[in-house]
Ligand binder design. Sequence first.
Ligand code: SF4
Ligand code: SF4
Length: 227
Amino acid sequence: MFGSGILKGLGVTLKHVTVSYIDDVKRIPSRYAGGKKFIRQPMSEEGLFTIQYPEERRVLPERFRFVPMLIYDAETGKDRCTACGICSKVCPAQCIWIVRDQKPDGKPIPQAREFYVDIATCMGCGLCAEFCPFDAIKMNHDYELSTFKRYPDLVYSKEELSVPTTYYAQLYPEAWAEEEEQRRQKEDVKRKRAAAAAARAKAKAAEKAKKIAAVKTAAKQSSDDAQ
Ligand code: SF4
Ligand code: SF4
């Protein structure tokens, strides 16, 4: 029938509009209540509505990724990055540059003196974060990076990329808990191995002392017998 497609489309729209109100009423006072900057919007939510950006922002899932960030320890201020260069090697866009730090005598030290990511070229694939063996580079959720000049504004330096572990823990609560648990387990294993090695060394030293004492006693005994 002529116009049936239009009627069907209008019906679908009407259904979504109705669902929006039902969904809102179910979650009284409202999905927009409280004038909060961040609104609740899980993937399961239904209906039609508009996010009043920039006053409101969508709650991002933990897995969301935009551009990389470099992690440093919030307590010690120490960078996790050892300037191993793996991230720059695996980066498909080749947009990471690292300068390894060095001692005054020219010997390299495992930390980055300079670290740059060309944010304009980065495609947010997350491979750098996947491959980093030190959990030093992760994907940031911050997507409001617009600027008037591409260069040099979008070539981020180490200072611009660096964030504390507390920031990472807040963005990635699940990953953070998992990584910390793995770290604790590794440290436990290391501690146990060190304790076992120390116990073995102690037993060996005691055995050696016992043998020396036995030799000394035997020597004394033979000397006494000779007299
Ligand atoms: S961020 Fe990770 S992979 Fe990249 S240089 Fe630093 S330690 Fe290596
Ligand atoms: S997210 Fe992908 S493109 Fe961006 S710096 Fe990391 S590896 Fe390169």
